[in-house]
Design a binder for this molecule. Structure first.
Ligand code: ADP
Ligand code: MG
Length: 323
């Protein structure tokens, strides 16, 4: 059995609204797993079920050989060894950074508590801020305090539910890079959910894609990119074009080759729009005879709206995908 096992869990909120549908996943000790799915796909419900805070209609959750009980099976719901952090940080507003982080350590041995606090302050680079109150910190710093506090009593698992949605992208990038380091130093098991693939990639190599309460693909992010098992998974990584007159054959925008002049075997089209991206202009192209536009990367920034353009691709770049 793996360290953390979610076994055939279903959660039905009524009227056939299955937030989790026969959900199965296993996570190894020390693994950092990102779970990605669109809004309403069941991400928060999954984390709450793992934490023992949400009732399961069917199935079981096991952590380190012990069954995790739901709120209907246990007098005080939840477990100290399973910490859940979300956007609402619930920091103690009148306690300093240091006091907030040390709060879960109150009943621990003084020597241990002091050492643990120092370790976390230094890992999270919060030492110079330890005397401040939460309102005297930036959003990113507050988020770090909340995560440090969740880790203070050495939980077996840290669960994070889109904790960085409030941060601006610069703060977010910084904290994600720091966390990647911190998690590997502490060797903690982390399951975190996001709807942003780039956030997921910043923090972990393992990804599980969920849709309508079911995991649809799990593996190394690089493998999911190379061999997506569905149009849904492929689309997470960028625009996907449908190849005309073919069954379930698709092409990434990056695989489209652009030519200014007609030639054999080129698909004719017209540039509809061009959007600046850091390394290319992203074109929307009306392909002759096709209802749905294609998207292509114009790395030399050659084409403008209204231009004629001719398209080709390599057979090796074609993806066969089911919807
Ligand atoms: P996500 O976090 O991926 O956005 P959620 O787990 O919050 O998704 O929700 C999954 C589905 O379950 C949604 O359709 C949502 O409306 C429904 N849901 C979640 N919590 C409740 C609840 N307490 N009562 C009724 N429906 C709920
Ligand atoms: Mg959610």
């Amino acid at each position: 059995m793996s360290f953390l096992e979610v076994k055939r869990v279903s959660r039905d909120f009524g009227e056939g609204n299955k937030a989790l549908d026969d959900f199965q996943i296993s996570i190894e000790e020390g693994q950092i797993l990102s779970i990605i799915g669109e809004s309403g796909s069941g991400k928060s419900t999954l984390l709450r079920v793992i934490a023992g805070l949400e009732k399961k209609d069917e199935g079981e959750v096991w952590l380190d050989g012990e069954k995790v009980l739901g709120p209907d099976e246990k007098l005080v719901p939840g477990y100290a060894e399973i910490q859940l952090v979300h956007q609402q940080l619930n920091l103690y507003p009148n306690s300093t950074v240091e006091e907030n982080i040390a709060r879960p350590l109150l009943l621990f041995d003084k020597g241990y508590a002091g050492e643990r606090l120092e370790t976390l302050l230094s890992l999270f680079q919060l030492g110079s801020l330890k005397g401040r109150l939460p309102r005297q910190l930036s959003g990113g710093q507050q988020q770090k305090v909340a995560i440090a506090r969740a880790l203070s009593s050495e939980p077996k698992v840290l669960l994070m539910d889109e904790p960085f949605s409030n941060l601006d992208s610069i703060q977010k990038r910084e904290i994600l890079e720091e966390l990647r380091e911190i998690f590997s130093t502490l060797n903690v098991t982390v399951v975190w959910v996001t709807h942003d693939l780039f956030d997921a990639m910043a923090i972990s190599d393992d990804l599980c894609v969920i849709k309508k309460g079911k995991p649809i693909q799990k593996g190394k992010i690089a493998d999911l990119y190379a061999e997506p098992n569905s149009l849904y998974v492929a689309s997470l990584f960028g625009p996907i074009n449908e190849i005309p007159d073919a069954h379930h054959l698709y092409l990434r925008s990056i695989s489209v080759k652009l030519f200014p002049k007609p030639a054999n075997n080129l698909l004719p089209g017209k540039v509809i729009s061009s959007r600046f991206m850091p390394r290319f202009n992203l074109l929307h192209i009306g392909v002759t005879g096709l209802e749905k536009e294609w998207q292509a990367e114009d790395e030399h920034r050659m084409y403008k709206p209204g231009d004629e353009v001719f398209l080709s691709y390599e057979q090796g770049d074609v993806l066969k995908l089911n919807a």
